[in-house]
Design a protein around this ligand. Structure first.
Ligand SMILES: [Zn+2]
Length: 381
């Protein structure tokens, strides 16, 4: 058994070294894990070895508290909603509002938290592009690492790789949550998983999921009605990175973006030129900045269009793409994020002179948009 343990330990240390090396590097472009180094001493908490695959029967309350680490804002939000009313559960979020998960590198304290966790909940489909080595090491030591995208992938609702010339050719599009029907699949599966892991509270997880699914269904119907109120030929969403394919296919919109499905490669001049040409050809009136991406590429496209004698507005607010809003705000929840995006798109198109109708907010949803989101000044865009 000693030899087997050493292999695991070497893989774990290699992964930790890799992450620490990335943290120390200014550009983060290095590839491949660092070689295992027996002299490396990490301050990560010791972990209990567990057989891989035994997670479902592991005692997640060995110390009385069910420790969950959630990577993205979406993962934190859903974990909190499904565990409402459950005592002795601790959710540690890693990424905050405005953080780009494609580029986010786990810190040493993140790694310590994941090492101590009973369960790590992440988005998956390579969204958390810098976490691969850490997740592999966690799985190797028996930690349950759960991908929110897995039930959607299993159901066949993941959009396959459509970028053919980049490194991620063939990679699935990670932004599956933007179709609320996908998120429903995730809600059901995560609730079942939590119920199996923590059977004393199974009823609470399942009841929370049932209530939340009815809210998601009302959200979908509201968003669908609003998004389809724009004339079919005008339904184009132009953004900085390609996060909205699921959103578009859910609501009948076409997408175009300056960057591909990841932000790991920087946008080049040609990407900007192609977007400018497309926007002019299609007569698209609005471009959208995303809250987790610097606005410079969208601003460059707008400037080029204006310089060429055309006109394109920038949206009345930023869109939430890979990160939600600040905790405690409407946009800091999954439902609020989707709803605020719909409002922002419809209001921006109205400001550009396009017909768009905002449907009445459904009573079935527990939260409602604050007044300041409903009143918008178009300005000059
Ligand atoms: Zn993204």
């Amino acid at each position: 058994m000693a030899a087997r343990f050493n292999v695991r330990e070497a893989i774990r240390v290699a992964a930790l070294l890799f992450v620490i090396m990335l943290l120390a590097a200014a550009c983060g472009q290095e590839e491949g894990p660092a070689p295992p180094d027996a002299s490396a001493n990490t301050d990560a908490a010791p972990t209990q070895p567990a057989a891989p695959g035994a997670a479902a029967s592991a005692d997640v309350r060995a110390d009385g508290t069910f420790h969950i680490v959630a990577t993205t804002t979406q993962a934190s939000d859903l974990s909190a909603i499904l565990s409402a009313g459950v005592d002795g559960i601790e959710i540690t979020p890693l990424m905050g509002a405005g953080v780009d998960p494609h580029l986010y590198q786990p810190t040493e304290s993140d790694i310590r938290a994941m090492n101590r966790a009973d369960m790590v909940i992440y988005s998956g489909l390579h969204l958390e592009g810098q976490f691969d080595a850490v997740f592999a090491a966690l799985r190797e030591q028996g930690t349950l690492v759960y991908a929110l995208s897995q039930p959607v992938k299993d159901a066949g609702y993941v959009i396959g790789g459509f970028v053919t010339e980049q490194y991620q050719a063939g990679t699935d599009d990670p932004h599956f949550w933007f179709d609320p029907r996908n998120w429903e699949l995730t809600v059901t599966d995560l609730a079942q998983t939590l119920a199996e892991l923590d059977p004393d509270n199974a009823d609470a997880y399942v009841a929370n999921a049932e209530l939340y699914r009815t809210q998601l269904q009302a959200l979908f119907a509201w968003a669908d009605e609003g998004m389809r109120s724009v004339a079919e030929g005008q339904r184009y969403l132009v953004t900085s990175h390609d996060a909205f394919q699921y959103f578009g296919s859910a609501f009948g919109w076409k997408m175009t973006a300056i960057q591909g499905i990841s932000t790991e490669d920087e946008a080049g001049v040609r990407d900007i030129q192609e977007t400018v040409q497309f926007v002019i050809e299609q007569g698209i009136p609005v471009l959208f900045v995303e809250s987790s991406i610097p606005p410079n590429t969208i601003e460059a496209v707008q400037a080029a269009i204006v310089a060429g004698g055309g006109a394109a507005r920038v949206g009345v607010r930023e869109l939430y793409s890979d990160a939600m809003g600040m905790p405690g705000t409407f946009g800091g929840t999954y439902i609020g994020m989707i709803a605020e995006n719909v409002l922002t798109i419809l209001q921006s198109y109205r400001c550009a002179g396009a017909g768009a109708r905002i449907p009445d907010w459904p009573q079935a949803i527990g939260i409602e948009p604050p007044q300041e989101l409903l009143e918008v000044e178009c300005g000059s865009g």
